[in-house]
Design a protein around this ligand. Structure first.
Ligand code: NZQ
Ligand code: ZN
Length: 387
C-alpha cells in the first residue's frame, strides 16, 4: 500500500425525506443563496417546491439560476458567476445531478475571482477560495456531492475540462434517495456505468499489487451497483435499491476506494469527455462505449488484474488467464447491453470518419492530465474497437 492523506470534509445528510432539512443545513452559511438547478425535472417532480419551502422556513432567501444543461457549458457558468457577484450571495445551493453540482462548483469559485473562471480549468489559476456549496442530489452517478471536482465544456474551444480544489468540497450534501425515484431508466443505466467506471479506473490503472482492501472494496461496490440497478429496473421506486445505489455512487468517487493505491489515471474518462464535448453524448453512455475497448487494450499489458476482476465480480472461470480476461470484459459488456447503455459509436450516431477528430480532441485532456502513454494513434486504435 502507498502513503496517502485522506481528508473528505463534506457532511452527508442521508435518508428518505431529508430534503426537508436543506434550510436547516444552509442557514449557518448566510441569508442568501444562488439556487442552481437544471432544465425541468425538479419542477415536474416536486423537488423544487420541497427545497424552496425548506429554505423559506429557515429564513434563507435565494436568487435563481436554473437551466443548467446536462454536460454543462461555460457560457451558462459565466451567467451564474455574474449573477452571484451582482446579487452578493452568501452561498451556492445546487439541486440536481452531477451537471448542476459541477456548474455550481464553477460558479462558487468564479464568484470570488476577478479573472476568467475558465483559468481554473486550464490550470492558469488555482481556486484559493469559493463560496460555500450546499447540494441536494437528485441523480446518483458522479460522486460530485462528496468530492472536490467538477467538469464543464467550453463550447468555443470544444474542451470538456475539469476543475479541482479542496475548496470545492460541498459543505453539506443532502442525499435523499426518494428524490431519485423519477430518474428515467436511461439515466439510471448511465449512472450505474459512470459509478462503475469511477471504481474501475483506479482499480485497473494502479501499479500497486498489494491493495487487497481497496480491491475488495471496489469489487463489492461494482457487484452492489449491478445488483441494485437490476432491482431498480424491475421497480424504479424500490426504496432500498435507490438508497443503496445513491450511497454506492458517492463512495465510488469520494477518494476512499483510491486511498493507498498510489498513482492512477482516468483514461476512459479522457476519451469519453471528447465524446460528450463533441457530440453531447450522456457521460455514462459514452463510457459504456469506451470501457470494453479500453479494457481489451489495457488487459494486454496487465492481464492479472483483469483476470481477478472476471473471477471475483462475475464468477467467471476459464482454462487460462487470457480466456478469463476476455470473459470478464464480455460479462461487463453484456450487462451494459442488458441495461440498454450503448456499446458502439454507431449507437450514438458517431461515424468511423470522425474517429481522428475525437482522438485529437482527447489528446488535449491527455496533455492536461499528463497521460503520455496516450498519443493520438493509441486513442484512435481504442476508438476503432468501439465502432
Ligand atoms: O435538467 P433536468 O431537467 O433536471 O434533467 C436532468 C438531466 O436531463 C435529469 N434528472 C436529474 N435528476 C432527475 C432527473 N430526471 C428525473 N428525475 C430526477 N430526480 O437527468 C439528466 C441528466 O442529469 P446530469 O446531471 O447531466 O447527470 P449526471 O449526474 O450523470 O451528471 C453528468 C455530468 O457530470 C460530469 C459528467 O462529465 C457530466 O458532465 N461528471 C462529474 C464528475 C465529478 N464532478 O466528480 C465526475 C464524472 O466522471 C463526470 O465527469
Ligand atoms: Zn464519470
Amino acid at each position: 500500500m502507498q502513503p496517502f492523506v485522506f481528508n473528505n470534509p463534506t457532511k452527508i445528510v442521508f435518508g428518505a425525506d431529508m430534503v426537508a432539512k436543506v434550510g436547516k443545513y444552509a442557514a449557518p452559511y448566510g441569508k442568501k443563496g444562488l439556487l442552481v438547478y437544471g432544465k425541468q425535472s425538479i419542477k415536474n417532480n416536486g423537488v423544487y417546491a420541497k427545497v424552496t419551502t425548506a429554505l423559506a422556513d429557515s429564513g434563507v432567501n435565494w436568487v435563481e439560476h436554473g437551466g443548467v444543461k446536462s454536460n454543462p457549458v461555460l457560457s451558462h457558468v459565466y451567467a451564474g458567476v455574474e449573477l452571484a457577484k451582482e446579487q452578493q450571495v452568501d452561498m451556492v445551493i445546487a439541486v440536481g445531478g452531477g451537471s448542476v453540482l459541477d456548474e455550481a462548483k464553477a460558479i462558487a469559485a468564479g464568484a470570488l475571482y476577478s479573472g476568467d473562471v475558465w483559468d481554473f480549468f486550464c490550470d492558469k489559476a488555482w481556486v484559493k477560495q469559493a463560496l460555500p456549496l450546499i447540494t441536494v442530489l437528485t441523480l446518483a452517478a458522479t460522486g460530485s456531492e462528496m468530492n472536490d471536482g467538477g467538469v464543464v465544456t467550453n463550447e468555443q474551444t470544444q474542451q470538456k475540462f475539469n476543475i479541482g480544489s479542496p475548496n470545492l468540497f460541498p459543505k453539506v450534501s443532502i442525499l435523499d434517495p426518494t428524490l431519485t425515484y423519477t430518474v428515467p431508466l436511461d439515466y439510471t443505466a448511465y449512472s450505474a456505468v459512470d459509478a462503475i467506471s469511477h471504481l474501475l479506473e483506479g482499480y485497473f490503472t494502479s501499479a500497486d499489487t498489494a491493495t487487497p482492501l481497496q480491491d475488495r472494496f471496489v469489487e463489492g461496490l461494482v457487484q452492489t451497483i449491478i445488483e441494485s440497478t437490476d432491482q431498480i429496473f424491475a421497480q424504479p421506486d424500490h426504496p432500498d435499491a435507490r438508497a443503496t445505489m445513491m450511497w454506492a455512487a458517492t463512495w465510488a468517487l469520494n477518494g476512499l476506494s483510491t486511498a493507498g493505491i498510489g498513482a492512477y489515471a482516468f483514461p476512459n474518462h479522457m476519451i469519453e469527455h471528447s465524446l460528450s464535448a463533441l457530440y453531447d453524448v450522456a457521460h455514462g453512455a459514452g463510457l459504456s462505449i469506451v470501457m470494453p475497448a479500453w479494457m481489451s487494450y489495457a488487459s494486454e499489458r496487465h492481464p492479472a488484474k483483469f483476470a481477478q476482476f472476471a473471477q471475483r465480480v462475475f464468477g467467471c472461470s476459464a482454462a487460462n488467464e487470457q480466456q478469463l480476461v476476455e470473459a470478464g470484459i464480455a460479462a461487463l459488456k453484456e450487462w451494459f447491453i442488458k441495461i440498454k447503455s450503448p456499446v458502439a459509436l454507431s449507437q450514438v450516431d458517431v461515424v468511423p470518419e470522425d474517429i481522428p477528430a475525437i482522438a485529437a480532441n482527447a489528446t488535449m485532456l491527455a496533455q492536461k492530465w499528463g497521460l503520455k502513454e496516450y498519443p493520438a494513434p493509441v486513442i484512435e486504435d481504442i476508438l476503432q474497437c468501439c465502432r
